[in-house]
Ligand binder design. Structure first.
Ligand code: HEM
Length: 221
């Protein structure tokens, strides 16, 4: 390998190895789970009311660390997707049957079998989400932008379906991430499996509660 120093050489060798790529997918995925928790907590201000949510959004927008946090977030998203695709295709080439079929040591689950489909749905969701909320017209405040969109039943319905896909993705991805990072001791695996389901449910129910409340249960504008 042609690299400048021994340590650079080791990093390059690791990142191009199958284990290195899986490690990157797992580590980036778990860090993205951390973002989801913070984002969910912040969005709960929607239930408090317009003033509280817009105040929270203003505080966030004026935080000077925001551009750095956004750059890290984008990098994590890209690394997670690019390396997951690489692992997926390498495994497909090496095995006659798709990767997910063998991925779950405790047997095939709906979450593990549908990883590629739920990944595509979540990617579509993130693109639509960023276009409407992050780059949408919030001249009347972010609360109004979000809540007006959620009053559109098609938009709210798409959110609920996509968030169910995200939940399914996480029900397998969360535990798989921990296993890849080395936490696969027989003593801990059953606990991590349960934690994974609990986390997926929290994310699905927590986020879906917003489009459901404003879109279908008559939440205020
Ligand atoms: C369904 C409930 C959700 C609501 C109400 C919501 C709300 C928002 C809003 C208002 C913004 C724009 C923030 C701004 O412009 O300052 C935003 C940004 C964002 N959201 Fe969500 N979100 C939800 C779910 C999600 C989910 C499930 C994901 C990931 C799968 C996600 C990923 C993002 C990302 C990556 C950004 C850009 C962050 C940034 O640039 O700072 N959101 N969200």
């Amino acid at each position: 390998m042609n690299c400048e120093s021994a340590s650079k050489c080791r990093v390059t060798a690791f990142m191009t190895s199958s284990l290195g790529k899986k490690f990157t997918v797992g580590a980036a995925g778990l860090l993205l789970c951390g973002f989801l928790l913070v984002h969910l907590a912040g969005n709960m201000f929607l239930f408090v009311g317009e003033g509280a949510f817009n105040h929270y959004a203003e505080l966030l927008a004026h935080n000077e660390l925001l551009p750095l946090a956004e750059a890290v977030l984008a990098l994590l998203f890209i690394a997670h997707i690019v390396f997951a695709i690489k692992v997926r295709f390498e495994n497909a080439g090496a095995r006659p049957v798709a990767y997910e079929s063998y991925d779950d040591k405790g047997g095939r689950t709906m979450g593990s079998k549908s990883m590629s489909y739920t990944a595509a749905l979540v990617l579509l969701f993130v693109i639509v989400h960023l276009k409407t909320f992050r780059f949408g017209d919030d001249k009347d405040g972010l609360y109004k932008l979000v809540v007006d969109w959620f009053h559109n039943p098609l938009y709210a319905g798409f959110y609920v379906v996509a968030l169910a896909g995200l939940g399914l993705h996480l029900s397998h991805g969360f535990q798989s991430g921990f296993q890849t990072l080395g936490l696969n001791h027989p003593k801990y695996t059953p606990i991590i499996r349960k934690l994974s389901i609990a986390f997926a449910l929290l994310i699905f129910l927590g986020f879906a509660s917003m489009p459901i409340y404003f879109g279908f249960l008559g939440g205020p504008r």
